[in-house]
Design a protein around this ligand. Structure first.
Ligand code: PLP
Length: 464
């Protein structure tokens, strides 16, 4: 891998002719980027990418970066994947888009059929939207509206887990508990009922992740005893919370039982964990549960185009199905709902899952990643190395024994990011959590490169 990384450095030797620099300057004149304090770009380079190739991104000066986070968790089978690309090119000459109310098309029909087939049993209805947050909005509104149509308009609240992330539109942000994203907009948001997360990082010494999950289920039960009458749904990220917390599948089994007992919906946000990330095609499979709503996006199109889907049950569908004047129809629409190009990309992605032993290959890659990360467990600034399938995370702390975190304003994670850019890897820590979520086409040698860069970056970041 070092071959790719080292042979390309004319840009830094000859900055005046840098294409990167020229594009970055134009960018900063007009664009406003997400999740970014734009002022940072006085010192942090803006990286213009001109090409993608498998797990690699290539910038305008020819420097290569291994995409260790699948470009915000979207990419599965590599950048510019030729199979997905070919499917899209064929669709482009046929139908680019059509209104999705009153009209339909085969890519959406086929996609719905396939999603119903591959998701847990009972999820027989598919509502399409165009990004992850929109899918969350759909699930929240549909859950509330279901109860309303059943004569239970008082069920207006949602239970979310502490540390949850469900997106950043107002509804999705309402059920998210990441202080950085939430605090500023709190006056605009619904107030969720927060249940303590089963994130195994928070368990007592000597307590197993399963025992801890069981204890957290007890706490959820008391919340439901008090709030079920006003609660529409419990929403969770199955098994992995935004690459931060990870928890035992038994929590999901218990959650399913509690939702049944207390008559509230179970919304599974598989936007990040779906499509093989956790080792099974969907994370819920590891608990053997079917949620009432499952939200999918990100990997759905292999990382090519924005698309999302909310799957739900016949029972939910039928609560909306009535003569027009009964006024029970679901009210939600986006202009690009069911875009045929996006559906085509999704179909090509699912075809790859059928044609190739993806989950099996991922198991081998995940085991390799685990072996390579293992030495970090002894690092004095690492509190935990955790992994679920093709998601691994390293929790940096000031002190391994006390788990005293680094102050957020020291931006240790940012140092890892900058080190990565210098050494041919895209790592983008969340706060002080350095995580790995590479595309499934990554090789063991590429994982070695990623981990080597990360370890050196961590070494550099925890100093002084
Ligand atoms: C990314 C993400 C979302 C939001 O999806 P967007 O397409 O970014 O709006 C919601 N939930 C989870 C778990 C996610 O990872």
């Amino acid at each position: 891998m070092s071959r790719h990384v080292c042979s390309v450095d004319d840009s830094r030797m000859n900055p005046l002719t840098s294409n990167n620099r020229a594009l970055a300057e134009r960018d900063l004149r007009h664009l406003w980027h997400p999740c970014t304090q734009m002022h940072d770009h006085l010192s942090i380079p803006m990286v213009p990418i001109v090409r993608g190739e498998g797990a690699w991104l290539i910038d305008a000066d020819g420097r290569r970066y291994l995409d260790g986070i699948s470009s915000w968790w979207t990419n599965l089978f590599g950048h510019a994947n030729p199979r997905i690309g070919a499917a899209l090119k064929a669709q482009l000459d046929t139908l680019e888009h059509v209104i999705f109310a009153g009209f339909t098309h085969e890519p959406a029909i086929e996609l719905a059929e396939q999603l119903v087939r591959i998701t847990p049993p009972g999820l027989d209805r598919v509502f399409l939207a165009d990004n992850g947050s929109a899918a969350i909005e759909v699930a929240l509104k549909m859950s509330f509206h279901y109860w309303l149509n059943q004569g239970h308009g008082e069920k207006t609240r949602f239970i979310a887990l502490s540390g949850s992330y469900h997106g950043e539109t107002l509804g999705a942000l309402s059920v998210s508990d990441v202080a950085l994203y939430r605090k500023t907009y709190a006056p605009l948001l619904l107030t969720p009922i927060l249940a303590p997360s089963p994130d195994a990082y928070e368990r007592e010494t000597g307590e197993s992740p399963e025992q801890f999950a069981s204890r957290r289920l007890g706490e959820l039960r008391s919340l439901l005893e008090r709030h079920a009458h006003e609660t529409s749904a419990v929403i969770v990220e199955p098994l992995v919370q935004c690459a931060g917390g990870m928890y035992h599948p038994s929590y999901l089994t218990g959650l399913r039982a509690l939702c049944d007992e207390f008559n509230v919906h179970f919304i599974a946000d598989e936007i990040a964990v779906g499509f093989g990330r956790t080792g099974t095609l969907f994370a819920c499979e590891q608990a053997g549960v079917s949620p009432d709503f499952m939200c999918l996006s990100k990997g759905l199109t292999g990382g090519f185009l924005p698309l999302s889907a909310v799957l739900t049950t016949t029972q939910v569908y039928e609560a909306f199905y009535a003569e027009y004047n009964a006024g029970k129809a679901f009210l939600h629409s986006h202009s690009y709902t069911g875009n045929p190009l996006a559906c085509r990309a999704a179909l090509a992605t699912l075809q790859i899952f059928r044609d190739e032993p993806v989950l099996e290959r991922n198991r081998a890659l995940a085991a390799h990643l685990a072996r390579r990360l293992a030495p970090l467990r002894d690092h004095p600034n690492v509190a935990e190395v955790r992994q679920t399938g093709m998601i691994a995370a390293v929790e940096l702390v000031q002190n391994q024994d006390t788990r005293q975190p680094f102050p957020a304003d020291e931006r240790r994670g940012l140092r890892v990011y900058l080190h990565g850019l210098e050494h041919g890897a895209l790592l983008r820590p969340l706060g002080n959590v350095v995580y790995f979520m590479p595309p499934y086409v990554v090789t063991e040698a590429e994982i070695d490169h990623l981990v080597d860069v990360a370890i050196a970056g961590i070494q550099h970041a925890v100093r002084g």
